[in-house]
Design a protein around this ligand. Structure first.
Ligand code: MG
Length: 254
């Protein structure tokens, strides 16, 4: 019995020390939350896109960005029915975002995006932008047609939380469609999480995230965590310094 207890406590100590030793790495090293395997398999998406239904709130119809708070920290250029982020080395290092004037809780979101036809850079530095649901939960936008990065950071991932079920990316320079169903997180009055957020994502007509439970606010380093917030929050689009374009953005509140 004594030997058994000694063995048990030795094991317990080793496990405790090991997890303590691992903790600092997760808190300082962005690589600690990268998932590289499995490599997500590719499928060829169909060709069709569609226009907004009658009950949709139009956030961008190709003409102006009047539904968005942009400020002068980031430049979004409207031309020929779409809007393009101005390339910026500064924002490659320090991404920023723009926000809708309206706030949303549970919603269906449709948008179309395009990474630049001229391929520059690699990994996270190629056509990077993002759909920041409630400004906090990122569905990644990236040129992932032929561009290896960590699987949970490629296009259609819930950034650093879930890699997509398949890679349904079109070629750089081609328009791609995201249809998102988002359930906002709910919090208790004392700030505790009552229900986590959930997201379903259809990429170019292909289901790639199936009602996954979001683990918390997007984090580049370390695990994601929730911080309590009001039910409705503005939608953000990320400016990561790459010339990504958007068109046909609409929301249906649920
Ligand atoms: Mg991004």
């Amino acid at each position: 019995m004594k030997n058994y207890l000694i063995a048990f406590f030795t094991f317990f100590l080793i496990v405790s020390f090991k997890s303590m030793a691992q903790q600092p790495r997760a808190q300082i090293d962005p690589k600690a939350t990268e998932v590289w395997e499995p490599v997500v398999s590719k499928v060829d998406p169909g060709k069709d896109i569609y226009s907004p239904p009658s009950d949709a709130i139009i956030l961008f119809d190709g003409k102006d960005m009047s539904e968005w708070e942009i400020g002068d920290h980031t430049k979004w250029i409207v031309k020929d029915g779409f809007v393009t982020i101005q390339e910026s080395e500064k924002h490659r290092k320090e991404p920023t975002s723009i926000a809708t004037k309206k706030a949303f809780g549970d919603m269906q979101l449709h948008l179309e995006w395009r990474s630049p036809a001229e391929v520059k850079g690699g990994g996270q530095r190629r056509g990077n932008s993002g759909i920041m649901l409630q400004g906090k939960y990122e569905v990644q936008v990236l040129d992932s047609y032929d561009n290896r990065t960590y699987s949970n950071g490629q296009a259609a991932s819930v950034y650093k939380q879930y890699y997509p079920l398949v890679n349904a990316c079109r070629k750089p320079g081609e328009w791609q469609v995201y249809d998102i169903v988002f359930t906002a997180p709910k919090f208790e009055e004392n700030g505790d999480l009552r229900f986590p957020a959930r997201v379903t994502l259809i990429h170019n007509g292909v289901l790639v995230q199936n009602n996954v439970e979001i683990q918390g606010r997007v984090a580049f380093i370390g695990p994601a965590k929730y911080t309590a917030h009001d039910l409705k929050q503005p939608l953000h689009l990320q400016d990561h310094g790459d010339a990504v374009s958007y068109r046909n953005i609409w929301v249906r509140e649920l």
